[in-house]
Structure formats: structure tokens, C-alpha cells
Design a protein around this ligand. Structure first.
Ligand code: ADP
Ligand code: MG
Length: 342
């Protein structure tokens, strides 16, 4: 399976700000790489450029070291799964999956075998003769995936493939797609605005902002050590707070805390809500706070607590009932108190 290299890809649609601004990245063979970013940040544009459906203004794309920048889509060995499935409604399931193989010149028994194998991978082998409009959304998405896999692409491109499915089906398909890609050691580039999808499925991921990569790394690196406030907030709920920063410490209205990794540019501190704990008053580092509100979610409750004029979100598993106005004691998990630059 191919390594993918993008070098300084630029793309503008109008004279305004570029959608992709000298974007470079490398994906290793067999890696499931996620591009995460808000709607309109250029994710689909980048995938379409990779697939050859759209031309970049400048930059270079290579698969396994081979420059494919000017190759037409059918010569790239890249297959794409679209958000809206893009199946042909007048063809049955078999013919939809056969489409790309026929273009590659596969015929007869080989064609039949390969189509059925692709359908088998997505557990739809018994639906080959069904018409597309008679399938559920989830089944149509599986056909789209089988169609992309059937041509044994060097690179599989997935454009928000699960965003039209309901939550439960989405969970099932997340693990299905992960399983299929890992079994085949399939190089995959998957774009989404759904952080949970990226965090749970990616080997590595990048956050896109203003046409550039804001941060790249493993899901754990990005979630636990975000490089800036945008990445920190985009990957999950987080509390920011201000204070006076000096000598590896932050002095706030509710106490003084060691802050590792701060430098001359550090402006504030941040901490994820699950890294703050309700503790007993005699716990070292504990500070008093008042419960402001809570959102009960069954397994997890999201509390808002206030101290020294600062409000914190605190996420607590298997939470006891707490009253608004109640005094509680909180403590940070210090290793997870983050120094933020902007
Ligand atoms: P995403 O997939 O991240 O939601 P897109 O790549 O679809 O974002 O779009 C990025 C930006 O480029 C958007 O502002 C969009 O309006 C613009 N855009 C995309 N395709 C075209 C096009 N064919 N012509 C003009 N503008 C486009
Ligand atoms: Mg898109």
C-alpha cells in the first residue's frame, strides 16, 4: 500500500483567501490518516485534488515516490468514498461495485469474483442483485465502500463517509472501516469534522485551519498536548484561565499552580474537564468552588463550578447528585495543566 506525499499544495477558487495554503503532509503506507477541520475549511477540496477530480494551483503529489500530480483520476490508484454515496440509482448493487473494475478492464469470472469479494468485506454479498434505492442509508454507504475497495486502491479516500448515518450505525461503521483498513493494511485518508471519529479511528491526524495544518500527531498527542487554543477547543471541551505567569507557575484568583512547558509566549493555562476532580478539603492542592449547574448524562455529568470569578467545566463519571450553590473542593491533575501561547 502506497505512501502519500503532498508538497506545498495551493488552491484558490476566487481571488480571496486560498482554500489550501501551501499544505504539506506525508502519510505512511497502511496508515489511517485523518484530516479534521470545521465545515468549509477545505477538506473535500484536498481529497478531490488527491483523487484527481480537481487540479491544484501549485504543489506536488506523489504516491510511493512517483509524481502523480498531472495523472488523470483513473490512473492514480486512488478511490474515493463520498459523503452522499454517489451511487448510480439505475444500476443494481453488483453493477455499482463492478463499475470501477470494468473501467480497469476486468471481465467475466474475475469480475464476478472480485465484486463478490468486495461485497463480502462489507457484509453485503447476498444483496448483489438489489436495486440501490431499495437499500437503507447504511447499506448504500457499504456499497460505496465496496465500490472503492473493489479496485484495490493504493490509497483510499473517505470524505465524511458516515455523516448521513444515525449515531448507532455510525459507531458500527467506524469499527467496520477501521477493521477493513487494518486487515488490508490500506493507506487511507479520511476527512471529517467529527472529532470523535478522528480520535477513535486515526493512527495519526492533522487539524486544518485557514488552509494550513495547525497540528499533526497521534490522537492522544493532539488531545492531551494541543499546540494552540484552536486545536485544544476543536478536539474537545477545555477550560482556559488567565493568571500571572512566571517561573513555571501560574498565579490565579483561586491559587498558584505549577505550569510545565511555559515560555515567554505563554498567555494562559488550560485543562480538560475530566482532569479536574472533586476531592476532600484536605487533599493537597484542593481549592473550594461552588456548583453552578450540571448536565446529567447518565454515565457522565458535566458540572459547571465557579471559584474566584472563574467558571470551570468538570466532567465526572458516575457522579453523585450535587446541589447548585453547594460548596465543593476541586483539584487538578497537574500533569495535564497546559501552557497555552495564544
Ligand atoms: P469542507 O469539505 O472542509 O467543508 P470544501 O473543501 O468543500 O470544505 O470547501 C472549502 C471552501 O472552498 C469553501 O469556502 C467552499 O465554499 C469553497 N469551494 C469549494 N468548492 C468550490 C468551487 N467549486 N467553487 C468555488 N468555491 C468552492
Ligand atoms: Mg466537505
Amino acid at each position: 500500500m502506497a505512501a502519500v506525499k503532498l508538497e506545498k499544495i495551493c488552491k484558490s477558487f476566487t481571488s480571496g483567501r486560498p482554500v489550501l495554503d501551501s499544505l504539506s503532509l506525508e502519510v505512511a503506507p497502511g496508515e489511517i490518516f485523518f484530516l479534521l477541520g470545521p465545515s468549509g475549511c477545505g477538506k473535500s477540496t484536498l481529497l478531490r485534488i488527491l483523487a484527481g477530480l480537481l487540479e491544484a494551483d501549485s504543489g506536488k503529489i506523489s504516491f510511493d515516490g512517483k509524481d502523480i500530480t498531472s495523472l488523470p483520476p483513473e490512473k492514480r490508484q486512488a478511490a474515493m468514498v463520498f459523503q452522499n454515496y454517489a451511487l448510480w440509482p439505475h444500476l443494481n448493487v453488483f453493477e455499482n461495485v463492478a463499475f470501477g473494475l470494468r473501467i480497469l478492464g476486468v471481465k467475466g469470472e474475475t469480475l464476478r469474483r472480485e465484486v463478490l469479494a468486495a461485497l463480502d468485506t462489507v457484509h453485503l454479498a447476498d444483496m448483489a442483485s438489489r436495486r440501490v434505492p431499495s437499500l437503507s442509508g447504511g447499506q448504500q454507504q457499504r456499497v460505496a465502500l465496496a465500490r472503492a475497495l473493489a479496485v484495490k486502491p493504493a490509497v483510499l479516500l473517505l470524505d465524511e463517509p458516515l455523516s448521513n448515518l444515525d449515531a448507532r450505525l455510525r459507531d458500527t461503521m467506524r469499527s467496520e472501516i477501521s477493521r477493513i483498513c487494518r486487515e488490508r493494511q490500506q493507506t487511507a485518508i479520511y476527512v471529517t469534522h467529527d472529532r470523535q471519529e478522528a480520535l477513535s479511528m486515526a493512527d495519526r491526524m492533522a487539524v486544518l485551519k485557514d488552509g494550513q495544518i495547525s497540528q499533526m500527531g497521534t490522537p492522544r498527542e493532539l488531545y492531551e498536548r494541543p499546540a494552540n487554543c484552536f486545536c485544544a477547543s476543536f478536539l474537545g471541551d477545555i477550560n482556559f484561565f488567565d493568571g500571572e505567569i512566571s517561573d513555571g507557575e501560574i498565579i490565579t484568583s483561586f491559587g498558584k499552580f505549577p505550569l510545565s512547558g511555559c515560555n515567554g509566549k505563554t498567555r494562559r493555562a488550560a485543562i480538560r474537564p475530566e482532569r479536574i476532580r472533586f476531592v476532600s478539603p484536605d487533599t493537597p492542592g484542593a481549592f473550594a468552588a461552588t456548583v453552578v449547574s450540571g448536565i446529567y448524562g447518565g454515565d457522565l455529568t458535566q458540572w459547571i463550578c465557579e471559584t474566584g470569578g472563574v467558571k470551570f467545566q468538570v466532567n465526572e463519571m458516575a457522579s453523585p447528585a450535587r446541589k447548585c450553590g453547594e460548596t465543593v473542593y476541586l483539584a487538578f491533575d497537574r500533569d495535564y495543566l497546559l501552557a497555552m501561547d495564544e
